[in-house]
Design a protein around this ligand. Sequence first.
Ligand SMILES: Nc1ncnc2c1ncn2[C@@H]1O[C@H](COP(=O)(O)OP(=O)(O)OP(=O)(O)O)[C@@H](O)[C@H]1O
Length: 209
Amino acid sequence: MGKIYCVMGKSSSGKDSIYSRIMQQGNPALLRIVPYTTRPRREGETDGREYVFTDEAHVQQLESAGKVIELRAYHTVYGIWKYFTVDDGRIDLSAHSYLYIVTLEGYQKIQRYFGSSQVVPIYIEVEDGERLLRAIARERQQKTPQYEEMCRRFLADAADFSEEKLTEAGITRRFINKDMEGTIREITEYIRRDMSGMEKQDKRISIWR
Ligand SMILES: Nc1ncnc2c1ncn2[C@@H]1O[C@H](COP(=O)(O)OP(=O)(O)OP(=O)(O)O)[C@@H](O)[C@H]1O
């Protein structure tokens, strides 16, 4: 039986970079889950690659059919944009495992939907000062840096990923992203062991001890 490995972490903790590298490696074999959104497609994006681009009527339809696993709605200057995960028949845990970047709430909903034994958290952490420096450096490279939005996210993350919330979500293991290569190796090894059932054995042994 396959699993969904959920990559989570505050802004600029390195989720995208680590996700891309693990998917590029191709080992362990993990598939992508393509999220859905009602936000308009941007230049360079392809429908079904970054997102499945859809509209509000379709959201309603999917919701009535009980196919929406988790959904986030953001109030933007352009209106409400929804981002969500759909049980569209492409997630086949009987045959495959998946790597997916999600929010903490999203992770909890996915876990409720598929069952906790099928959904594994990969929580990435970076010391706040270092994370802010990385966020600034990344923003500086943008054509129009949006430092205010960057600061808003930094503050919102403190609440969204509070210690209480992490505990409530059952996040015990943290992958500290100091050196990227080391972090990638650590996560890859963790997933490999989990896929082979070894992580579970180790957890049981540590409970016995
Ligand atoms: N170990 C690392 N050492 C130095 N820089 C890093 C490391 N990991 C990631 N970075 C850099 O930090 C920045 C943030 O990384 P990334 O965009 O992957 O984070 P993210 O968690 O996906 O952020 P967001 O949620 O805001 O999109 C990028 O510029 C990336 O190159």
